[in-house]
Design a binder for this molecule. Structure first.
Ligand code: C2O
Ligand code: CU
Ligand code: CU
Length: 501
């Protein structure tokens, strides 16, 4: 019965097919990959050192930005036209923060991956009105990791993040050098913030989700790295560290190098792995972060590619097969970044370190609770109206209700969460904790998921154990949700408090 809404009758199918034809033409026109004048050198987000500065001041603002198409697109950014600065923080940072909202709509700033109290988390319960300021602070205690910050405005996260309200947080414990991990920002350590985009015939970025995008999440047909399309990067002829953030609304990337050289994973969302993990290809779902090492010591240039999106909703029934032909962006491979080793650049590290972390992720506390979550895209009674599908994006059958606390977790406890889904994969994220994946679809977790995480792809069922070490009261609860932003905005989200029970 759950699949009922996705089955369409003959009349509906013909109607859909007619509109599909028109949309294909529109997509060909609108979605053609923009022609670029010339390939540009990749720029890094500018770096703010919060420890040195003793404070962080951010302002969300609207701007115009050229992705390389030769014309200005309407974008959003923090302290600039598109995206935000990279912010370096100590693992036990205590810094005052101001976030100004220069937009003409409400926004929030969520610290995704910071171990921080609910009242400072920046989710939908800490809105910043247009023209307003959020005076807050960061007080964390956590391991070295790559976290990020982004808008979490209620019902408006997808357009705001897609437009550019995102940036990275480098939680730096000063130990990288000891482990032989490059950490000279912009020299042998590079931040890559990835978003997929669509452009119109004039070369302007467009966020115009169709019904299909509302169902599957918005996917573009062009990849932007730090806001640049098809750039190149000069790297030293040695070991190079790439810190990747998938800041896309819905796209799953699968990265690999054209010459098959490995991507060596050294860290995931919430910390370093125990030992380096060489991979032929690396999948990244929205909101996941990966810290990788790449060896360029042979001096040859190489292209990083992303394969077709693995999460194109193939199990969504007959309707999907029609629609899959629509979005060409699902099935294409994309050149992401052209690496060019340069003999004039200094290389400080030659070999992949053998050990990374003396305190690898392990569960050492008893589990006090088991909870079950089902992420669902089922139809309500309304089903389909004409060609518009009314699909409810729920968790355990419920849409997000900002005034409902779904449950309470004991402060300092660990819990087992079993998260299930059908139809398509959802990247599941939990605020206010870090977790370890215990099983995926009944099997031991993939080795990429052996470290600390805060987002995990749920294909069928994932079992995780999460540690909750910060309080969050009922008026400032933590959120848990699908990180496909169109799903999140549509209600596939819940909230919980953490405290004494
Ligand atoms: Cu990346 Cu609830 O967020
Ligand atoms: Cu988060
Ligand atoms: Cu989802």
């Amino acid at each position: 019965m759950r699949r009922r809404t996705f089955l369409i009758g003959a009349a509906g199918a013909m109607g859909a097919a007619a509109s599909v034809g028109a949309s294909v033409l529109m997509n060909r026109f609108i979605g053609a990959a923009p022609r670029l004048a010339k390939r540009q050198k990749l720029k890094m987000p500018y770096l703010i050192d919060a420890n040195k500065d003793g404070k962080v001041a951010l302002a969300a603002m609207a701007g115009t930005f050229d992705f390389g198409t030769g014309v200005a697109s309407q974008t959003l950014g923090y302290n600039g036209a598109y995206l935000g600065p990279a912010i370096r923080l100590a693992p036990n940072a205590e810094v005052p923060v101001t976030v100004e909202n220069h937009l003409d709509e409400l926004t929030t700033l969520h610290w995704h991956g910071l171990s921080i109290e609910g009242a400072y988390d920046g989710g939908p319960h800490q809105p910043i009105a247009p023209g307003g300021v959020w005076s807050t602070h960061i007080a964390t205690r956590q391991a070295a990791a790559l976290a990020w910050y982004h808008s979490h405005a209620h019902g408006r996260t997808a357009p705001q993040v897609h437009s550019g309200l995102a940036g990275v947080l480098l939680i730096d414990d000063g130990g990288d050098k000891d482990f032989g991990i490059p950490n000279s920002y912009g020299e042998d350590e590079f931040v890559l913030v990835l978003q997929d985009k669509r452009f119109d015939a004039f070369g302007r970025m467009r966020y115009d989700p169709s019904d299909d995008d509302a169902l599957l999440g918005f996917r573009g047909d062009t990849i932007a790295v730090n806001g640049q399309i098809d750039p190149y990067l000069d790297v030293p002829p040695g070991l190079v560290r790439l810190r990747l953030l998938n800041a896309s609304n819905a796209r799953f990337f699968t990265f690999s190098f054209a010459d098959g050289r490995p991507l060596t994973l050294i860290g995931t969302d919430a910390g370093r792995l125990a030992a380096p993990l060489p991979l032929d290809s690396l999948r990244m779902a929205p909101a996941e972060r990966c810290d990788i090492l790449v060896d360029f010591s042979n001096g040859s240039a190489v292209m990083l590619w992303s394969r077709p999106d693995s999460n194109s909703g193939m199990s969504l029934g007959p309707l999907r097969e029609v629609k899959n032909t629509l979005n060409t962006g699902h099935f294409r491979s994309f050149p992401v970044l052209d690496f060019r080793p340069s003999s004039t650049m200094k290389s400080s590290f030659a070999r992949i370190p053998s050990r990374l972390n003396p305190a690898p992720a392990q569960i050492d506390r008893p589990v006090s609770q088991t909870r079950h979550f089902t992420l669902d895209m089922s139809g309500g009674e309304s089903g389909m109206e004409g060609m518009t599908m009314k699909v409810r994006m729920t968790i355990n059958g419920q849409l997000l209700d900002m005034s409902r606390s779904d449950f309470r977790v004991a402060l300092g406890s660990s819990e087992r969460w079993i998260v299930s889904t059908v139809m398509m994969a959802h990247p599941f994220h939990v605020h206010g904790c870090r977790f370890k994946v215990i099983s995926e679809d009944g099997a031991p977790p993939r080795s990429e998921n052996s470290g600390w995480k805060d987002v995990v792809v749920v294909e069928k069922q994932v079992e995780l154990i999460a540690e909750f070490d910060n309080p969050a009261n009922d008026s400032n609860p933590y959120m848990y949700h699908c990180h496909i932003l169109e799903h999140e905005d549509a209600g596939m989200m819940g909230q919980f408090s953490v405290g004494g029970v």
